[in-house]
Design a protein around this ligand. Structure first.
Ligand SMILES: [Zn+2]
Length: 240
């Protein structure tokens, strides 16, 4: 099967990549939903990661939100691996339609990829809701307690989508349009059965939806091709 996929990719001039949690973990990031870590977090904060990263928590218990966010999320920033250098190379060849990033860790931009749609936001974008000044992630990490704007002293907001907030329809629509234009879609470590993915890939009518994943899920059946195992190794294999 890698032979077929390699041929498909070689002939594709409009490729969309969709990057998710499976790839983040391979890049050294943490999966807060992995059972041991999930349990530790619940024990430590008396709440599950979803609730700790929710809009309600951010608006009413900012102190605890930031204590969790700084210690458990942005203290473990993954670095893009070879999968992302391969995507960058495809962009340089003019064959990248876009990358739809379903992770908050800005891996694509760190790898120098320009055509990226960060539909769930990025931990690297933080702003002051008062004056809109932007702040980098180190500013947040070095602020004691709740990070505040150095100009107007308002609490800063990480530009990531929190649970319970409306999705950014414009970004999702843009992602769905990219997919509908693609010859080939390569999905790295996402659950194709999730509502998000169903929406994003819903208008793709060709038969080259390729999933690279190291964990089998019910939604895998929506892919035309699935390669199980290390995502980066499979990326190398199919783009050789
Ligand atoms: Zn401000």
């Amino acid at each position: 099967m890698p032979e077929n996929i390699r041929r498909i990719l070689k002939q594709s001039g409009k490729i969309v990549f969709i990057t998710g949690l499976g790839s983040v973990v391979e890049c050294g990031g943490r999966d807060l939903w992995e059972s041991n870590l999930f349990y530790d977090i619940e024990k430590k904060y008396r709440m599950c990661p979803e609730d700790l990263l929710s809009a309600g928590e951010y608006s009413s218990r900012k102190e605890r939100f930031y204590s969790f966010y700084k210690k458990e999320v942005i203290s473990y920033l993954p670095k893009p691996d070879e999968s992302y250098s391969i995507i960058k190379k495809i962009e340089d060849e003019g064959r990248l339609e876009s990358v739809v990033s379903l992770n908050i860790f800005g891996l694509e931009k760190l790898a120098g990829i320009e055509k990226v749609n960060e539909v769930v936001g990025s931990v690297y974008d933080n702003y002051c809701p008062g004056c809109l000044k932007t702040f980098d992630v180190d500013y947040l990490l070095s602020s004691p307690g709740i990070p505040v704007c150095d100009k107007c002293k308002k609490s800063l907001r990480p530009n990531i989508r929190l649970l319970g907030e409306r999705v950014d329809n414009q970004l999702y629509t843009k992602a769905a349009i990219s997919c509908s234009k693609a010859d080939t879609i390569v999905v790295l470590g996402c659950d194709l059965g999730s509502t998000k993915l169903q929406y994003i890939t819903g208008h793709y009518k060709k038969k080259n939806l390729i999933l690279l994943t190291n964990e089998s899920k019910f939604g895998d059946k929506y892919a035309d091709y699935v390669l199980y195992g290390n995502i980066k190794d499979n990326m190398k294999l199919i783009t050789k």
